[in-house]
Every structure is written in structure tokens, then in C-alpha cells.
Design a protein around this ligand. Structure first.
Ligand code: SAH
Ligand code: SF4
Ligand code: F3S
Length: 462
């Protein structure tokens, strides 16, 4: 213990959640302890996302709040880590609240940066200058060491953990900032991944989710053999204690698919769940986005997935209001959503990101109002489908991995002190809410479904 406390706030995707867990356990290892709240912390770190402007605005508003806290507590150290740190670099240091800026590829340095800032009261920065250049051997090794040494003590949800299969992205979808903040695509060595999964299993982890921006293109050459995601799933399946395996996010392309679907069908531990964003149902827009498939090919892949893996649950992402999206293009998206029969969908309004091809070459010409109505309409279409799919669970028993207490009371039933409302998920990622003791967090339970809505299944513990 060094007597100092740290609070970390996470924005962004699963990659960021994983990084937050890594940073948190690295700092604990170095003697810091978690602060009860931001108000009591000596160090506040914000792990940030650049994917849409709104994500960045939330961070700036948080920083504005911290600036006020710093007026009464000048000793407070504030660090910005993650994708915004990489994107904005020293511009962030100009913000009155910010003392530390550390990009995603530099997180192995976090303990050093925080300690130096606390001791020397100076600002520190670590971002990768040429993010698209392949990282040096020593940098990769530092990331690997950081990755495998930490991140297992801080399990954000009991019984579950993320494990990185790949870093970065080479896809360059024209709207997307990720390749510019996370760098080139690299697959981690299978031995390192499996070692990490074994350690997690030893600590009680039952569900591992393998992460990559295009995780289905995982490829690692070692001697004569090239390992793909199906190999990784098979190897991870052999780890005792692990009961469920998931992977996100998949890119819709034929090339990497058959083996993975077969592995999913053959391996009992591989959850029958696929998150496979389509982004649009218009071939013209898909081309402009540099997504390398047509709406027809995409639906063909879903058909194949359903044929090889009966009962598979499929989730998607869509973007509305991409430059040049006409009413007709949007209708194509609505049609695709109707045909795809997703379990659920994430829908975003296009947000121009500085430096991306779409921002440089195209005008953000769909008015905000139109983006908003298209977003609402698409969500409405999907909600009807989700509600219908969820109804099929009525009176059925499902196996659920319990996450913990539900954050808001559903159906206005909070439950009693000994049996509050809990939330968990099925293997296929359906959200289940029921009453039970908090001690069930991290355990598998059986729940009988008694009520359903578009987003949630409600039930009773069996
Ligand atoms: N690698 C994943 C997801 C990356 S970002 C994939 O390829 O699907 C998560 C989601 O954010 C994307 O699926 C996309 O729908 C959305 N997104 C990305 N960039 C965006 C932008 N500039 N504006 C709005 N939404 C965006
Ligand atoms: Fe972004 Fe496309 Fe890479 Fe996904 S695949 S992270 S959307 S560039
Ligand atoms: Fe994730 Fe946002 Fe970065 S989506 S990779 S945290 S830009």
C-alpha cells in the first residue's frame, strides 16, 4: 500500500473495459487502493472512447466537473487514457483538469506516469507517435507482459472476463476512427491467450469473451501451423472450469466463417451467439463505407449460420445517416433488419470523425432531424422483432449466468433486502431479470420465464 487511492471511470467498448481492468489491477499491484468514489480519490483516470463525437463530449463534460473538484483539491491527479488520449494527445494536456495523457498502446507505462505525476507534480504524456506503424518488438512485449500479468484480479463482473485475441484493426471502414487510435491489426499468440484463460479459470471465471475488432479474422502463424479462431475456441474449450466461450465482434465475410460456425456447432462450451454488424442494408452505402459485402451476401451468411448452428442468436449494429443515405437506402436497411431477425441491434447515428476517409471526402449531409427519425424508426422495427422473439421464452426454463444486482428496478419490483432483483444472461446473451440473493453473482442458475418485454426476460429462480 502506498496510501494513495485511485478511481477509474470507463467509457467505450469491451476493449476499453478490458484495459480498465488491466490498469486497475496494475495500480493495485503497485500499492494503490481503489477509491470508494471519485470525490475521495487521489487519482482519477478516465478511459475514453472516440468512436462518435457524443462519446468525446461526455468525457469533456466529465473533465469540466473534475476541473471544479480540482479547485478545492489541487492535489488531485487526473489522467485521460484510451482512444481519445491517442487521438488528441497533447491537446488534452491543455485542458485545465488534465495531468496525464496515455494512449491505449502505452498503458504498460501507467503506473510510472501516475507515480511521477504524484511525486513531481508535473504533467506527463505517453502516446504513440506513428500509430499505424507496426509496433516495435519491445513495445509488443511490454503490452504482452502487461496483458498477461494483470487484469485477472479485477473482475468487473464476477465469473466473467474479457481476453484479447487481437489488437487494432486494418479494415478502414470509411467512417471509423478505431484503426487510427488502436493501430494495426495483430493477433496474440494462442499460447499466451490459453495461459491467461487457464489462470482466469483458476480464479473462478466461467465465461470468457474473446475480443477483437474483426475477431473472426484471428490468424497466428507458428512454425508450420496457422491458428485461426476455430482453433482458439477448441483450445479454450479444453480448459477446465471454463463453461462458456463467446467472441466479439465478427466481420461479415465468407472467408473466415465456415470453420468458426462448425466449431460453434461442435463445441458445447462455445455459446451460440454471433455479434455481426451489417451497418447498412443499401449496397451503395455499404460500398461507400468500404464494407466488403452486399446486403444479399450478408443475409446469406446469417442463413448459413442458422443452418449450421440451430438456435443461434444473432445481434447486429447499424448506422443511420451516413453521407448520401437517401430514403430509399434507409428503406433497404429497414428491409434488412426485418429479414435478419436479430435478437437485438445497436443503432447509431453517423458522426463524422476527423481524419477518416468519410470525413475527408464526404459532406455530413443527412440532417440531424432525419438521422434521429431514422434511428427511432429502425429501433421500433427491431423492438417489435425482439419482443416477438422474447415471447417464445414464456414458461420456458433457461440457464443463466448471474451478473449481480440489477441497476434499476424492472416492472417496479425491487424485491426484498435478502432477495433483490438480479440480472444475468443466457448463453445466447438474452438478459434475464429475477429475484434472488446477491451471493448468486458469478453462479449459474435456472430461471423459469414468466414475463417478457422487447429488451428483457423476467422470471423466477427454480
Ligand atoms: N469492430 C466492430 C465495431 C467497432 S465500433 C465492427 O466492425 O463492427 C462499434 C460500432 O460503432 C460500429 O459497429 C458502428 O456501427 C458504430 N460506429 C463506428 N464509427 C461510427 C461513426 N463514425 N459514427 C457512428 N457510429 C459509428
Ligand atoms: Fe472500425 Fe470497421 Fe475496424 Fe470495425 S472493422 S473497428 S467498424 S474499421
Ligand atoms: Fe472502443 Fe471507442 Fe476505442 S469503441 S476501440 S473505445 S474508439
Amino acid at each position: 500500500m502506498n496510501g494513495k487511492t485511485v478511481h477509474i471511470k470507463n467509457y467505450g467498448c469491451q476493449m476499453n473495459k478490458l484495459d480498465t481492468a488491466l490498469v486497475s489491477s496494475a495500480l493495485c499491484e503497485a500499492g494503490f487502493s481503489p477509491a470508494g468514489s471519485e470525490k475521495e480519490a487521489d487519482v482519477v483516470l478516465i478511459n475514453t472512447c472516440s468512436v462518435r463525437q457524443h462519446a468525446e463530449e461526455r468525457v469533456f463534460s466529465h473533465l469540466g466537473h473534475l476541473k471544479h473538484i480540482k479547485k478545492s483539491r489541487p492535489g488531485l491527479v487526473v489522467g485521460v487514457i484510451g482512444c481519445m488520449a491517442q487521438r488528441l494527445g497533447d491537446k488534452l494536456l491543455e485542458h485545465e483538469a488534465v495531468d496525464i495523457v496515455c494512449g491505449p498502446a502505452q498503458i504498460p507505462q501507467i503506473t510510472k506516469l501516475v507515480t511521477e505525476t504524484l511525486q513531481e507534480k508535473k504533467e506527463t504524456i505517453a502516446v504513440t507517435e506513428k500509430i499505424r506503424q507496426r509496433s516495435s518488438e519491445s513495445q509488443t512485449q511490454a503490452l504482452e507482459r502487461f496483458e498477461s500479468a494483470y487484469g485477472i484480479e479485477d473482475k468487473q463482473i464476477p465469473g466473467q472476463a474479457f481476453v484479447r485475441a487481437m489488437r487494432g484493426c486494418n479494415n478502414f471502414c470509411t467512417y471509423c476512427i478505431v484503426p487510427f487510435v488502436r493501430g494495426p491489426e495483430t493477433s496474440r499468440a494462442p499460447a499466451a491467450i490459453i495461459e491467461q484463460i487457464k489462470r482466469l479459470a483458476g480464479e473462478g471465471v466461467k465465461l470468457v469473451t474473446l475480443l477483437g475488432q474483426r475477431v473472426n479474422s484471428y490468424k497466428y502463424r507458428s512454425g508450420e501451423k496457422t491458428y485461426c479462431l476455430a482453433d482458439l475456441l477448441e483450445m479454450a474449450s479444453e480448459v477446465d472450469g471454463i463453461e462458456w466461450l463467446r467472441f466479439v465482434t465478427s466481420y461479415p465475410c465468407e472467408e473466415f466463417f465456415d470453420d468458426i460456425l462448425q466449431a460453434m456447432a461442435d463445441l458445447p462450451k462455445a455459446c451460440n451467439y454471433l455479434h455481426i454488424p451489417a451497418q447498412s442494408g443499401s449496397d451503395k452505402i455499404l460500398r461507400a463505407m468500404n464494407r466488403r459485402y452486399s446486403a444479399g451476401e450478408y443475409l446469406g451468411l446469417l442463413g448459413k449460420a442458422r443452418a449450421v448452428v440451430p438456435g443461434i442468436a444473432i445481434a447486429g449494429d447499424f448506422m443511420v445517416g451516413f453521407p448520401g443515405e437517401t430514403e430509399e437506402d434507409f428503406e433497404g436497411t429497414v428491409e434488412l433488419v426485418k429479414k435478419a431477425k436479430y435478437k437485438n441491434c445497436f443503432i447509431f447515428k453517423y458522426s463524422p470523425r476527423p481524419g477518416t476517409a468519410a470525413d475527408k471526402e464526404k459532406k455530413d449531409n443527412v440532417p440531424a432531424e432525419v438521422k434521429k427519425t431514422r434511428n427511432i424508426e429502425l429501433l421500433d422495427v427491431q423492438n417489435k422483432i425482439s419482443a416477438e422473439m422474447n415471447r417464445k421464452f414464456l414458461n420456458k426454463e433457461v440457464r443463466v449466468l448471474v451478473e449481480g444486482p440489477s441497476k434499476k428496478p424492472h416492472l417496479n419490483r425491487g424485491g426484498s433486502e435478502n432477495s433483490p432483483q438480479l440480472v444475468g444472461r443466457t448463453a445466447t446473451d438474452y438478459i434475464v431479470v429475477f429475484n434472488g440473493p446477491v451471493s448468486l453473482a458469478g453462479e449459474f442458475v435456472k430461471v423459469k420465464i414468466t414475463e417478457t418485454s422487447a429488451l428483457t426476460l423476467f422470471g423466477e429462480l427454480i
